[in-house]
Design a protein around this ligand. Structure first.
Ligand code: NAD
Length: 471
């Protein structure tokens, strides 16, 4: 496996090769289907290697979590793309209206050309291969830059893709922010960027040079609102899955929980029960993922130090030897009770296993608090009362919503996935991705006889016709 960094100066030649090959031979539908099938087979055969590479990059990453979040999701998306590709690619007839009859009009999905994909480290295979497979389904060539923080997984991706695709159809480049920034400034036909909102801003500025169209899949603080009617044991179980899967290093993890004040303590107890049932005493913690690198670990510890220094209650839901914790970058599920709004962990996306549990006096106050923040990537609402859920949905604009659970809207291929405002723009998954990475070319076919031929001077001759047209 190669992990040699790519010189940013090499990008123009790589892009030129991808574009020239695409122009010479745009992938047919049969070619795209075959590409996706070969990708699926090669990927499926290497799932154990994938899980090993990710685990090595994280220090430890639960194998099952890798198989679910980076394996199953990719296989499911490829299957969905292959099942629907021919239908999505078909030109769609559009009515022209009686004024232009008998012309015919259609919308014809055509590939864009060369699509760039810049991926983050947290689900390093999912967030690289789903955009890539979507771009291939739409008939594009692809240049992928995986994250520099998962070097073994990036090498795995490079080897996998080199086996499946000729180098002029899919190129993988390796490098850090300098290379990513050069790629964002390059003349691409579309760029799918997944990462933080701060870097997303830089990507948008860089893409402006060539007016490169963007899909920005960013982050933010996604709230979970537990309403007073919802059973706490079930809420706690589903919050625990959403928050502690991948140790909270998930863009759509519930960032903080809002709960009616009377039930706050009981929710914490239920969360504690969940943690014990799932991870025991953390003596091996095989099913629990570590923090990706030292910088992230320090950032997260800093949030807790700051909260403690301000006298805010910090409740670690398990005890591990501090030396081991630091050595393994093992941060146990931790709750912070009612942190003031000015603490860093209430200002920034947490992206780790720390869960603020905030009491609200009433639902309106909770919604006002959420509304006052940036529009979130995800919103979770727990209530069995339809009108309560509708009240929440009627007020909060979010990238996506799961009602009475967490994370799962991401996994439904038929639901477009994406943020809104500072949590992102554009969407992918399924048809939304296919359309987003195609040019939906409007084509008007004029007929042999057309009334519009008469729309010419001297206009005095068509006064009667104009009267009809202006009806
Ligand atoms: P990041 O923004 O630091 O890095 C993401 C990618 O951007 C990396 O490949 C990096 O090399 C590249 N990059 C760095 N500087 C760049 C620049 N100036 N121009 C262009 N590219 C640049 O994010 P991360 O730490 O890898 O991932 C965590 C963040 O990603 C969190 O904020 C999380 O919410 C977000 N995220 C969002 C989604 C989503 O689908 N919306 C999914 C996963 C993660």
């Amino acid at each position: 496996m190669s992990d040699a960094p790519t010189d940013p100066l090499a990008l123009p030649a790589i892009l030129h090769a991808l574009r020239a090959a695409w122009q010479a031979n745009r992938p047919s539908l049969a070619q795209r289907d075959d590409d996706l099938l070969r990708l699926r087979m090669a990927f499926k055969a290497r799932l154990p290697q994938m899980a090993e590479a990710i685990a090595a990059d994280f220090g430890h990453r639960s194998t099952r979590e890798s198989l679910i979040a980076d394996g199953m999701t990719v296989l499911g998306e490829i299957d969905h793309l292959r099942a629907h590709l021919r239908r999505w690619a078909r030109p769609r007839r559009v009515g022209v209206g009686w004024r232009f009859w008998p012309a015919r009009a259609q919308l014809r999905p055509v590939p864009l050309g060369v699509v760039g994909v810049i991926a983050p480290w947290n689900y390093p295979v999912n967030l690289a291969l789903i955009p890539l497979a979507t771009a291939i389904a739409a008939g594009n060539h692809v240049i992928l830059k995986p994250s520099e923080h998962t070097p073994r997984t990036s090498a795995f991706l490079q080897a996998l893709l080199a086996e499946v695709f000729p180098p002029a159809r899919v190129a993988v480049v390796q490098g850090d922010a300098a290379l990513a920034s050069a790629l964002a400034s390059a003349p691409l036909d579309h760029l799918v960027f997944t990462g933080s909102t701060a870097v997303g801003r830089k990507v948008m500025a860089a893409a402006a040079a060539h007016l490169t169209p963007l899909t920005l899949e960013l982050g933010g603080k996604s709230p979970a609102i537990v309403c007073s009617d919802y059973p706490l044991d079930r809420a706690a179980a589903r919050l625990a899955t959403g928050k502690w899967f991948n140790a909270g290093q998930t863009c759509i993890a519930p960032d903080y929980v809002l709960i009616d004040g009377a039930r706050q303590r009981e929710l914490v107890q239920q969360l504690q029960t969940q943690v014990r049932a799932r991870y025991g005493d953390f003596s091996d913690a095989a099913d629990y993922t570590r923090i990706i690198h030292e910088g992230q670990y320090r950032r997260l510890r800093g949030y807790l130090d700051q909260a403690r220094a301000r006298g805010v209650p910090v409740i670690e839901l398990a005890t591990v030897d501090p030396e081991r914790a630091a050595r393994e970058r093992l941060m146990v599920p931790t709750i912070v009770l009612d942190p003031p709004a000015d603490l860093d962990l209430m200002q920034e996306e947490i992206f780790g296993p720390i869960l603020p549990v905030c009491a609200y006096p009433d639902l309106d106050a909770a919604l006002a608090g959420v509304e006052a923040r940036d529009r979130p990537l995800a919103l979770y609402v727990f209530s069995q009362q339809r009108e309560v859920v509708e009240r929440v949905l009627g007020r909060i604009v979010a990238g996506g919503v799961t009602v009475n659970d967490t994370l799962l809207h991401f996994a439904i291929n038929g639901l477009p996935f994406g943020g809104v405002g500072p949590s992102g723009m554009g969407a992918y998954h399924g048809r939304a991705g296919f359309d987003g990475l195609s040019k939906r070319l409007p084509v008007l076919w004029q007929s042999r006889w057309a009334a519009s031929d008469l729309l010419k001077p001297p206009y005095s001759k068509i006064a009667g016709m104009l009267k009809v047209l202006l009806r």
